[in-house]
Design a protein around this ligand. Structure first.
Ligand code: TIU
Length: 221
């Protein structure tokens, strides 16, 4: 374990066994025009800002052979895993399953569902499809983490207050020591991102810790 500077206090980072990198939903659906994020009325270009830091985190983890888990939010082509509440929510013109410029919106296997090419997973890295906002709901993430004896998660990806925060809360309830990497998570709403960082580390780290990636790189040097 190495102590790294974090908020609300130092975080014990395992530098080998027990640590995993979790990259939430860095898929074209949320980062490129024509996907789900765009259909919801968002400026998707904002999310590009974290790509270089995520590439550095990936390099650091790959260099040390540390486990990396990616998630993608998506539904089966027949939408049997999409509750009507999710399908009908909102008043946008395009909905989940509709055909748009990157194929059917938020459907597993469609071009829009791919992780952006800059962060493409390598063979041996695990991609977990998830139907919900949280990465533990209707997935095998928990059993995969148990199998690899993971105790500590560095949480990254998009969007901070939706899938990232939901996943971090689910992980925290399951006993994982989670650190949200401040400059490796992004939102369509800068204020929401800031508030999420604050609410996670408030009350003595009620959900976990936050720190910039630089503090992690120092420890992994
Ligand atoms: N809309 C939004 O901010 N997020 C999502 O719908 N999914 C994820 O956060 N991945």
């Amino acid at each position: 374990m190495v102590l790294i500077s974090a908020l609300p206090y130092d975080y014990e980072l395992p530098t080998s066994d027990g640590l995993a990198l979790l990259i939430i939903d860095m898929q074209r659906d949320f980062l490129e025009p024509g996907g789900f994020g765009d259909a919801l009325g968002n400026d998707v270009s904002r999310l590009q800002a974290i790509v270089p830091i995520l590439r550095e985190l990936l390099s650091a983890f790959r260099a040390r052979n540390l486990p990396i888990f990616y998630t993608v939010e998506g539904h089966k082509p027949d939408l049997s895993d999409c509750p009507p509440s999710k399908l009908h929510r909102g008043q946008g013109k395009l909905r989940i399953g509709d055909v748009a410029s990157m194929g059917r919106i938020l459907i597993l296997g469609e071009p829009g569902n791919e992780i952006i090419p800059e962060l493409s997973p390598l063979p041996g890295e695990t991609v977990i499809p998830k139907p919900g906002k949280g990465a533990f709901y209707h997935t095998n993430l928990e059993s995969l983490l148990r199998e690899k004896k993971i105790t500590h998660l560095l949480v990254t990806g998009v969007t901070t207050e939706v899938c990232v925060q939901t996943t971090m809360r689910e992980a925290n309830d399951r006993g994982y020591e989670c650190l949200l990497v401040e400059d490796a998570t992004e939102s369509y709403f800068p204020d929401f991102q800031q508030s999420t960082l604050e609410m996670i580390r408030a009350q003595g780290g009620i959900v976990g810790w936050t720190a910039p990636a630089a503090n992690i790189f120092q420890a992994l040097e």
